[in-house]
Each structure stands twice: as C-alpha cells, then as structure tokens.
Unconditional design. Sequence first.
Lengths: 754, 154
Amino acid sequence: MTVIGKRLQRLEDGPLVVGQGQYVANLSFAGELHMRVVRSAHAHGELRRVDASAALAMQGVAAVWTSTDIQDVPPIEFRPTRVQGLEPYRQPVLASKHVRYVGEPVAVVFAESSRSAEDAAELVAMEVSPLPPSLDAETSEVEPAVIRKEYGDLEHAFECAHSVVSLELCIGRQSGVPLESRGGLARLNPDSGIVELYGAAKRPHANRDMIARMLNLDPARVQLFEGHVGGGFGVRGELYPEDVLTCLGAIRLGRPIKWIEDRRENLLACNQSRDQRHRVTAAVDKNGFILGLQDEFFHDQGAYVRTHGARVADMTAAMLPGMYRIPAYRAIGHYRLTNKTPAATYRAPGRFEATFVMERTMDAIAKRLKIDPTEVRRRNLIPKEEMPFARPIQVLETDLVLDSGDYAALLEKARHTFGWDSVRRDVEMRRASGECIGMGLALFVEKSGLGPTDLASAQLLEDGTVEVVTGASSLGQGVETVIAQICADAIGVDYKRVRVVHGRTDRIRKGFGSHASRTTVMTGNASHHAAIRLRARILEVVEGKYDLPTEILEIRDGEIVRTDVNVTVTTLTEVAKISRLNAEGEFNSAQMTYPYGAHLALVSVDRETGAVNVLRYFVAYDIGRAINPMLVEGQILGGVAQGIGGALYEEFIYDEAGQPLSVTLADYLMPTAREIPPIQVLISEDSPSPLNPLGIKGAGEAGINAVGAAIASAIDDALGGEVFITRLPVTPVQLKKELDCSRTGSPQANSLAQ
Amino acid sequence: MTRTAFTVNGDRHVIEVEPRCTLADALREQCDKPGTNVGCEHGVCGTCTVLLDGEPVRSCLLLAVQVEGKSIRTVEGLASHGKLHELQRAFIEHHALQCGYCTPGFLMLGAWCVENRPDITDDELRDLVASNLCRCTGYQNIINAIRAVLGTPQ
C-alpha cells in the first residue's frame, strides 16, 4: 500500500485557501514596536553625518540607531568556505563611513506604529559626499576571489582542434522576488528569557547560530520560528541586516519588534542574482566532439559579500560542463564587487547562467560544423555506461560525481514525447505562410541533496497520529506532504495521520533547512530512517504484549494486522496508550545527487516589435523517484514561468549613477498568465540515485534551469539559424535593436559567433 | 482620524482610520480580516484583490475612507458554515497553490468570474488570471482550477 509516487493532495492547503496563513505580517505581540530602516539614496559615497534628531523628537518614536549605536555588532558572516579573502567585504548591519549601494541600511527607527516609524524615517537626514559608482564587474577593481576549476590538457585540446568556437554571453541581473516581502517579529520571551525570532525561513538553525554569535549570546538563548512563508526562491531566509536589527531591538528596547519590508525595499535590498558575463571558447574536432572548453566569466556580486560567499560563481564554474564529456576544461570566475544591491542565490543559481552558456556553445558548434544541434549534443553526452561519472573538480566543496543518468535515453524520450519531428514539419509549414517561429532544445544537469547531514525524530502520539520533527523549512513547496508520504509509507498509516514539524529550532537540535533542492533527499531520507525505526518499536511493543512474532505483523492504515490469519490485533492508538514511542533517524551525505533533464520550446518572434511569444513549452526531467508527481510537476511549472521571466522580461536595471530603475513590479516585469504558454511535463524515473535508500533526487530547480538556453535557441531558429541571442533577458527593445542592426548590416556589439 | 463604515462579508464595521490608511490595511488591522495579503502596495500584483460591491479591486489602491457605505467581500467570506467554497476545493484538488500568499487574491478573482462570467472563454479566462501575479505555480493549475468550477466552455 505504498503512498510514495501517488499524486496526493497537499496537507498544507487547508488554512491557506481560507485566509488563515500564518505569514509573519499576520503575527503580532502586545506592546510591539515597529521598525523602519533608513536606506542610502546614493550608490556610492562617504557617509559624513546622520542626523536623527528630528525623527527622535517625533511622537511615538522609541529609538533611532545609527552605526555608532551598534558598534559592538560585527558584519554579517558568510557560510564556512575554503575560499580565502572574503572577510573584508562583508556587509555591516548599518553603514558607517561609506555607503555602497542604493538601499543600504544606514539607520533604523523604532516607533509605536508602522506609520509613525515610516514618518520618522523620512526625517532622518544623511549627508553623503558622492563617489563615482562602479557598475560593471569586468571593469571593477575589487575582486575578493577568483574561482578556478580545471582539469585535462586544455592547451593540447586547442592545438588539436579542427575548429574553435567563441562566444561572449551575458545574463542580466534578476532575483526571486517572492510575493511575500521579507519580515520579522522578534521578542525577548518574558518567561524564558529567550530571544525569539518569528518569520524565519530557509535556514533557521544556521541563522539562529549566526544571530547568537553576532549578538554574543548562547545559541540556546536564541530560537527561530517559521510560520507560513510566501515563497523563497533562494532569497528569503538568508541572514540580512534587518534580522539582526529586530533581535537587537527586542533585547535593548525590551519590547517586541516587528519589521515588514515594503516592495520597494524588497527590490532594493533583498538579494539579487545572475548578472554574469562569460567568454567561452570551445575546441572541437571535425565531428563536433568537444576536445576542450574554456570559460572566463565576471560575476557581479554587488556591493558586499553576503551569506553565500562565492558559491554562485563556484556553482557556475562547476556545473557548466553539464551532461557532456569535455575531456579538458578550465573555468575562471572573477567574483567582483560593484555598487549594486548585493547578490546571492536565486533558484538554480549559477546553473541558469551556466546552462545558457553551455547550450549556446553547443548551438554555435552545430552552426559552425553544419551538424544538427541535437546530434552535436548526442555525440558529446556522457554515456550511461560511464556512470557514476567523476568530473575531477569540486562543486560547493564536494566532489562532483554524477551519480546516475541515462542522458541519451532522456533526450530521445523528450524529443519523442514533444513530437519534435512533427513540430518541425509544422514549423516549416507555418514559416512558408509567413510566420516567424522557431524551436529550441536545451539539456541540463541539476544538483540536489546538498549535505552534510539531516536529522528527524518520529513519535507516536497518544491519539495514534505520528509527529515527525525535522530540521527542514517550508517555503511553499509542499514539504509537509512529501515528508508525510515518506513516513506514512514506512510506517503503514494514512499520510494525513502524519504531522510534520519544520522551521523550529526549539524542537530539534540540528537542521540544515530547505535550499539547494535538498529537502526531499536529505530530510526525506532522515525521516524515512526515523519512521522505519519507529515502526520497528511499535511492532516490538505488540510482540511483547500479544506474544506474536514481529515477522507476522504488519501495520496497515494504522492497524496492526496478523498477516498469517489476516486479523487486526490492535491499533496505533492502543499501542500509544501502552508506551510512548519515538525514534530518531539521520541521513548523511558527502556528495550531491544529480538529476537531469531537457527543455524544448516553440516560440514566435515579431520582427517589427522584437516581441517574443512562447507558444509551447516542454520539460522532461529524470528525478530518480518522485514522491508526489503532482508536486514535482508543480515545481517544474512554476520554475518554467520564472525562467520565462528570466529569458524575456526580468531585469534589475541601474542608471549611470547607480540608481536602480527597477523599484516597482511595474518595472521589474514578472510574467503573468498571459505570457505563460501551455507547459507539458514528463517525469522520468529511469535513474534512481544510488546515494540514498529511497533513490530520490531533488525537484526544485529543474523548471527554471534551462529556460534561458532553450528560448534563446528557439529564437535563433525563428530568425534563421545564426547564433544571435547572446544576452538574457531578450527584451523587445533589445531584440528590435539587434534585428535592425543585422538588417542594415552593421556589426553587432554583442554577437561574437566566429 | 476619520470614521468610516462599510460591510465586510455581510458584517457591518465602523472604524476610525487615518485618512491615508489603505483598505487593505484597514481590513487586516481593524476588521480582523488578515487573509487579504499585501504583495506590492502599488496595484501591480493583485495579491490584495477583494470584491467591492461585487467587482474585483486592489485593496492597496483604495483608501478605507473611500469605501464608506460599500460592501466588501474577502477570502474569509468564501467558505460558509465550515464548508469550503467550490473554488477553494478546486484550488486544492488542482494544486493551484504553493506558498499560498497570492491565493486569496486569485480566489476572489475566481469568485467574481464564477458569479458573473460563467460563460467566459479560455482566452478571456487567461486574461482574467493575468490580472494577478503568482510566483510559484506558473498559473496553469490556477486556470485549471477555475475552469473546473466553471465547467467546459460551450
């Protein structure tokens, strides 16, 4: 009676459809003060003076702090890393002598209401002597780190090459932009003396430890609580200056502190991502087999090193070779600072960019050698027989070993299900009648299940339900349902009788949260282990009480059944009365697991306006084993929509003074239903992961990973087959400009296919 | 402070607000209706959509004092006597929500559609759903859920 693999309804939905979501803005404590952050209006400058006297004089204002009030608070840490030299570039909680991006926190106001806090913040005056802003990573002189990954004899590869293909490729600045902005509610619990922060997400335990270190507290005196979270996508739940300020405010002012970010702040101050420029060169033989690949790229980190350190650049460099053999490889990633909002991860960080670069390169090779683009890819694929395939580099400081995969089989499945050949015939017919349409394909490898460890504890409660306490976090993806399905399957109960606890640092001693498509793999396997052990304990109790060997006992739908005579012996509710049973499970992993897939797109281009319309989209994804295919599809559908945003619409633009121009949702254009075509998803389970007992791989980032690559390829196809698209997003303005240039024969600044 | 009175899901509310207080904030803070979430506060995302005298509006773009005497419906008013509205059930069945933050706004759009445009075409429905932003679902399942309640177009 397995419930793994079933399309079961989510356990999360009940309160969310009736308006009872516990989002942080919906929480409050009696006597709370409201916090408002005063932010720099300058991209770069010397901060001469901050005058808070007028704000302090306002009625209802409890305190205004500048950097001098929190001199004892260190800058925000980044995750432990072997990359050296990042420390000097960490972000201070409040700027002191310099401001380095528009939106940087300079002062903070605490007041009786959100409105009075906002009014008072308007009165905080700051005197800044502007300095010239640095706005391009390539010309930036501040380079905290260079990420290098290399193996094989690259020079020899280029000496032997039949052809050399080079491209310059850019990906604009984008971010997750969840519909719920950030927020926090902190208090000093009057009974326990513990600092409590509500509104946690993503990495509650890590953030608890960081807050404790920064505020010089015992970690046991700081606890984080997660309610409902209105989307994460990488940006929410990292530790930001505002999180530290709410906790510090609660401690020093002795009252609960509530902070809810507004949308403008969110677009100025929450992590941004992407923004890379690549110069990629491939050495190929006459058949299109890649002998060597070199990529030098410039990663625009913005003004400070944030919690991820250089991880996005690391993932870009490590994941770029994707599904392909590539015997010699070198990536050099320049991780540089500019005067923009600091950057970190956004769904498929480093991979959205890397897949765009790798797949554009594949298309360029196909053009150069006049080989079908699918065929070029096929020739370079790592064959199933070579799995597991160790690429002699590291990613996120783990060995990059592609654990399982049959890439060629997935490619064929994808083309067959999409109906590639018949779509191609249809495209030719429509072109003949004057339409400008094209189709594109992109392949990708994802990474998931980032370790090192996860813990879970399963307990049989008095009413016969099972409570599973995890170190995971729920950002809306369906964690409770998936973990409940895994545990229900292992124990033999209805999944609705399993209650999953997440995002509570007070309930479990360690946890690594939810990010990097890790939760189903790591927390799922830890929970599975705990559930199997709990089942064994339950059966031991029944064995003792009824004198029946456990071999003939089974748990079915909450009843303990004698399988030899098919009779119910007792129920979980009865067992719970006999003994309080619980079990822990742990799962450790030193390596990630690598799902993979293909994206296929059909687009039309309006040559007059430069507008691109996605007509049809298809994703094939091998996930090893899907716990709940409905939720896997949900992840992919949402990811594709974000990817279409990244491919065609979304970009944070800065003017020459470093002023951000994308500060409303009317400037930062996320796709609506009108821009999203019918999306078809094929979930494949050909290659279970050998790295965990359940064989699972992650789902979170498959939908977005290759959208930029596939749509670029489809636009090229529509326009007549040259490698034309070299920059994302492909906005109408830019495409029109390039089309006009190519029509008049002027050289294109940005298209270097040689 | 200004006194204003309106009904929310049939109940009369008389509240004292600052003139600058938005309808969204008034509903959340003074009418005990926190289900209306606020996404952008400038009228783009539609997360805060409620029905005002039966028509969908962005409650972040209205001041509370503007709705004096009017009738508001919010997500809290969809279920009745502990029984979910058919749209709420359809959203669950069709996996039309993930984080749930935009869901109340889409439910109110959907409710307007079910009550006023049962004959809506697929293309018109896509345009209607394009009024609001969702960052999780890719919209397909939201459209499927509303369509399931409406039934197949004629």
